[in-house]
Design a protein around this ligand. Sequence first.
Ligand code: ADP
Length: 495
Amino acid sequence: MKAGKVVSLVVAATLAVVAALMVLIFETAPGLQQGLEGVPIIVRIGIIAGALGVIYYLILCPVGLLFDRAMREMHRFFVEVATSEQVTPYRVPKWLIPLMHAFTGAVEHFRQQEVDFRNQLRDLEVRHRVSEVQRRQIEAVLHALRDGVLVTDSFNEIVMANDMAANALGFETKDAIHHPLEQVIQDQRMIELVSDAKETMNTAERFHVEHELAVGHDENGNPTGSCLFDLTLACVEDHKHEVGGVVTILHDLTREREISQMKSDFVSKASHELRTPLSSIRAYVEMLVDGEAEDESSRQEFYQIIHNETERLGRLIDNMLNISRIEAGIVQIEREIVDPKELIERAVETIGLQAQAKNISLHTKLAPVSLQVEGDADMLYQAVLNLASNAVKYTPEGGRVTLTADSDNLTRSVVISVVDTGLGIPPDAVSKLFEKFFRVENYKRIAKGTGLGLNLCKHIVETLHNGQIGVESKLGMGSKFWFSIPMRYAGSQAA
Ligand code: ADP
């Protein structure tokens, strides 16, 4: 039902009620009753109703229609404003205009607010996406770092940690995030350092400290070892430019310490090894200068010793250079298809005289199938020659040295081995055999050497050719030195 009709009906009903009330008043008021005395009640009601009807039709009905039209106009206007951008101007009575103005003003205001909110929402979405990408980038960088990174917030809760930090401090990253540091890690000193940094440092400061962290735990939770770390602590700024957390970088110094120890060991061992042939050369040269070699045969003997020592010095320096080049990764290896049988035949030829001088018989056992590996022929030859030459050096007169080349289908590799019936290796020396400058003490008198040959072999096989090297030996019975090159890497076609 339309609003105007409702209004008219309400007005008519009100008039009827008023009319009834008036009749009652006329009936009960004595003055009025006297004036209308003699007039029947039905006529009286008719007069009053007629008068009210006239009032209704002359005054209230036009007002109701006007009101009805205004209501309809407002309804149309409100619907248009709510649903469309294009609004037909309203035509309402003057007294409603301020209301309509207020309404349109409010709608305009809400519309503007909606636009602002939408823009803000879009901005926030963009910012959220950007910060999500940035978060992923930071996480990728953190996880790629070799140093441990641990970030705590102003409540000392862990907000970020990479795997290195988790490993060093013994926690699982996923279980640690948003948990208080003191609940996650056991190292009290570390907890103190982080909370001290938060309390005492400002955002521009950095604090370095060396700290030993317990690593590896047995079944009772006791640490099985320790690692030395260089800790760098710095404060993180919050949005108010105040200290909002602490970032701790854990730099493992263990490897650096080991390397620097290895370097100084190498320098002292190298100097020692260089000094021995040098002292010998100097001594014989001095004797020659002082005329201590009286006859030609003594002089020849001295010259020969000087020559041998110079050769040894040269070998030592060559080996040192080769090893350091391989370790530094600057060796250019010339890859080609190499036949291991050829390497063995060349080596046997080279050490033939040396073996003959000691009455050592040389044998070869070569696989009946074609063996081919991909690698640097000169380097691999050097490795075979070193092992074969050692076998002859450390095998007493009348012994036997056998060189073999075969394929190992189980490990998919080509295996070259040198077996001798020599002195063998003392069990406690086996693990150190491939270390730089290691020489079995008792064998130093038996043969001269540099202590670098096996280390160079290991580098040639393992570092340059991705292979493996090893030794099996029984003291007094002989040794078997072997190395293998994986077929996949070597591209062998061995059957
Ligand atoms: P070196 O120049 O002294 O031979 P290497 O590095 O080749 O240096 O060998 C290291 C040490 O290993 C040797 O000094 C020797 O004591 C021991 N060794 C190597 N090969 C054999 C072998 N076939 N039998 C016994 N001992 C060996």
